[in-house]
Design a binder for this molecule. Structure first.
Ligand code: IVH
Length: 694
């Protein structure tokens, strides 16, 4: 070891580096010191961005620790920084149920929408319009959301958000992120705490990673978020360890304290101060805002600085600062009403339309797609942009050869915003959608009042491919391992052409496909078998009914309880269901009365037996009922009351309407109570609710 480096170490530690011979007690003491020191310098470097040591000096400390731990493995601390890396690949991800669900956020896409949110919050809290609310404003990180569970201050496990209830265990990868504390920096940690945040890959690291992927001939990541998610959702921790991931922590889920101690927060602002003290990296640009104007100032300031940030954000998040207010404002569709994602308009770029192709979707819709000269947009390279339909093309007068502005909004496929007509040369070519399906050559038709043209052949190969691809995907029937390519090959080889056919597949079918061996074929057969008893909502979502997303599918499954009850229901009847609007109701009725759909579905039901939705402990006393909560209850918090209603199969809604079955009113109930009385909706108190459900 060169003398100068040894001196640096001695200076920073006040001790000499370990001699070759030392007693167990000396080793133990030195390991303690080194573990704390490396953690301290990791914290300075990765969390505070403020290193106090040269890289070389740090390396010496680290290596000394590794050496000592190798000599005395029994002295290695469970939170040793050397335990972050070099784990072994897992066989598969474990599922982890979050103690408190990971919710999502509603969006505001303009200043008007934010103002409307503020007005709504006033209403939910029964406050006069002129009262200024205190909000906590921060960045909306564009990454992968993760939950960390610390037990007695030690990182016990980490999981992805998953569906909000259950995620995949990714502890092995999260441990490799140096800014994640393996142990909370406190002598009095909570018995258990869930910490929520976002794992991100800085833009520079993302670009470098994609360059390397290209060199190795591997798939490029679409954007930094996908790259972060792709790095964490890996069985082999060496992949995450090799990528400079970081994370920002902003929230807390379940907290369990020892004895009578109370959780140390009452406000959002305190969350992050506490997280920071415990050693977590928290985002820059956090601010308490008094009222709408302060928030708008914050929003505009961050927008002007957005391009200078080293990582991607897609907006700011605005939260009622007082936790009690968030609870009081309540929750709708798995989002707290007292928080909102205030998004920035999508980024735009210019490019050239090189060609226009036609895609045939799951419902037969013919979608024109512009193939554009590759251009970077919001951290990703764009090569195609949707043109939606012929009306859009005509309205924007988009021609092949045109220079255009394109934009992307979050996850959505980029779209053409407008043509730069000044740049026209006269050589641009107009485009018309074909009057026959480009895939199966069948007639296309356009329903009155709709802009979309559809292929009329239910068995069109393009439709079948898209339908089956959707049907087997993770959030639908979840046939694990049956990706896009396999579906395509099965269809191209005429092995399947309907949902039911999937369940007729035998191992031999897969063995005939390229790249399949005995084990991989068996795995798919097992995955198909596992999908024979899906939860009802998975089947409903999997059918790919227009406008029926996963959440709507859950609502419908909870309402009907079994698939037979969907047949013969009129659009009006569908619309009576809470959260089902007229467009969805019409689409459902169309689906369940179309003879091709019914034939395919009935055939499928010979192989598949959907499971009735779980009704929680309450055995469904409130199934199909819509309940509104207002005011403060004597014993139940808002969250508990909501949970209780949902456990009994009911739905909690934010506003009183004719569809409301009853209102539970507590003290200081305001406008909602008045509205219920005006509409003649039944009003009960907490006691009556508890008796009803007892
Ligand atoms: S708070 C109720 N704060 O945005 C959910 N979320 O659209 C509480 N996100 O799933 C989330 N930055 O993954 C919160 N500063 C921030 C955030 C943030 C990014 C993500 C988060 C969430 C999604 C909701």
């Amino acid at each position: 070891m060169p003398t100068s480096k040894r001196e640096t170490v001695e200076k920073t530690t006040g001790k000499k580096a370990s001699p070759a011979v030392m007693s167990q007690a000396q080793a133990s003491q030195r390991i303690e010191e080194l573990t704390d020191l490396v953690h301290h310098h990791d914290f300075q470097y990765y969390v505070l961005d403020d290193p106090q040591l040269s890289d070389a000096a740090y390396d010496l400390l680290y290596r000394e620790l590794v050496e000592l731990e190798t000599r005395y493995p029994e002295l290695r601390r469970p939170d040793s920084p050397t335990k972050r890396v070099g784990g072994i690949a897992l066989e598969k991800f474990n599922k982890i149920k979050h103690r408190a669900p990971m919710l999502s956020l509603a969006n505001a896409l303009s200043e008007e929408e934010f103002k409307a949110f503020d007005e709504r919050v006033h209403r939910f809290l029964d406050l006069p319009d002129n009262q200024t609310l205190e909000y906590y404003a921060e960045l909306k990180f564009d990454g992968l959301s993760v939950n960390l569970t610390y037990e007695k201050g030690e990182l016990a496990y980490a999981a992805t958000r998953g569906d909000g209830e259950t995620g995949e265990e990714v502890t092995h990868n999260i441990r490799t992120i140096r800014s994640v504390p393996l142990r909370l920096k406190t002598k009095t940690p909570p018995k258990l705490i869930e910490i929520r945040g976002e794992v991100v890959l800085p833009i520079a690291a993302f670009e470098k990673l994609n360059e390397e992927q290209a060199k190795r001939g591997q798939k490029l990541f679409a954007n930094p978020r996908n790259a972060a998610a792709g790095s964490i959702r890996q069985l082999d921790p060496n992949i995450a360890a090799a990528r400079p991931l970081t994370a920002f922590w902003y929230g807390v889920g379940q907290v369990e304290m020892d004895g009578k101690a109370r959780p140390p927060f009452t406000a959002m602002s305190e969350y992050q101060e506490q997280l920071s003290q415990w050693g977590f990296r928290i985002g820059p640009h956090r601010q308490i805002c008094k009222g709408v104007n302060d928030v708008l100032k914050f929003y505009r300031k961050i927008e002007s600085e957005r391009d200078k940030l080293p990582f991607e954000i897609d907006g700011v998040v605005i939260k009622l600062n007082r936790l009690i207010d968030i609870d009081r404002a309540g929750y709708v569709s798995r989002s707290p009403r007292g928080m909102i994602a205030f998004k920035y308009p999508p980024r735009q770029e210019t490019t050239t339309v090189e060609d226009i192709l036609v895609q045939v979707g799951r419902t037969g819709a013919l979608t024109p797609v512009a193939m554009v000269s590759p251009v970077k947009l919001g951290g990703a390279t764009v090569r195609r942009a949707t043109l939606h339909n012929q009306d859009e093309i005509d309205r924007k007068d988009i021609r092949i050869g045109d220079q255009v502005f394109i934009q992307r909004a979050g996850d959505v496929i980029p779209e053409v915003v407008r043509v730069i007509t000044e740049a026209r040369t006269g050589k641009e070519k107009k485009f018309k959608l074909p009057d026959h399906c480009p895939v199966c050559n069948s007639r296309v038709e356009r329903n009155p009042g709709e802009a979309v043209v559809r292929c009329t052949n239910h068995n069109c190969i393009a439709q079948v491919k898209e339908r089956i691809r959707h049907f087997v995907m993770k959030d639908a029937m979840n046939v694990e391992g049956m990706g896009e390519r396999i579906v395509e090959e099965l269809i191209d080889n005429q092995m399947i052409k309907s949902y039911a056919d999937i369940f007729r597949l035998k191992k031999d079918h897969f063995l005939k496909l390229e790249g399949f061996a005995d084990k991989s074929s068996q795995k798919l057969i097992d995955a198909i078998d596992a999908a024979r008893k899906p939860e009802l909502y998975r089947l409903i979502f999997g059918l790919g009914i227009r406008h029926v997303g996963e959440r709507t599918a859950k609502t419908l499954a909870n309402h009907f309880g079994d698939i037979d009850s969907f047949f013969g229901v009129s659009a009006d009847q569908f619309e009576q269901i809470h959260e089902i609007g007229p467009e969805v109701a019409r689409s459902l009725n169309e689906y369940f009365t179309d003879k091709d759909n019914l034939k395919e579905l009935k055939e499928l039901l010979k192989f598949v037996e959907p499971k009735a939705p779980k009704r929680g402990t309450g055995a469904g006393k409130l199934v199909g009922k819509t309940v509104v909560l207002t005011g403060t209850f004597p014993t139940l918090s808002r969250t508990d009351a909501t949970k209780l209603v949902e456990e009994h199969g009911g739905k909690v809604s934010s506003s009183v309407s004719k569809k409301t079955d009853f209102v539970v009113a507590g003290e200081e109930a305001g406008s909602k109570l008045e509205k219920a009385q005006a509409l003649g909706v039944r009003v009960i108190d907490e006691d009556a609710l508890l008796k009803m459900l007892a």
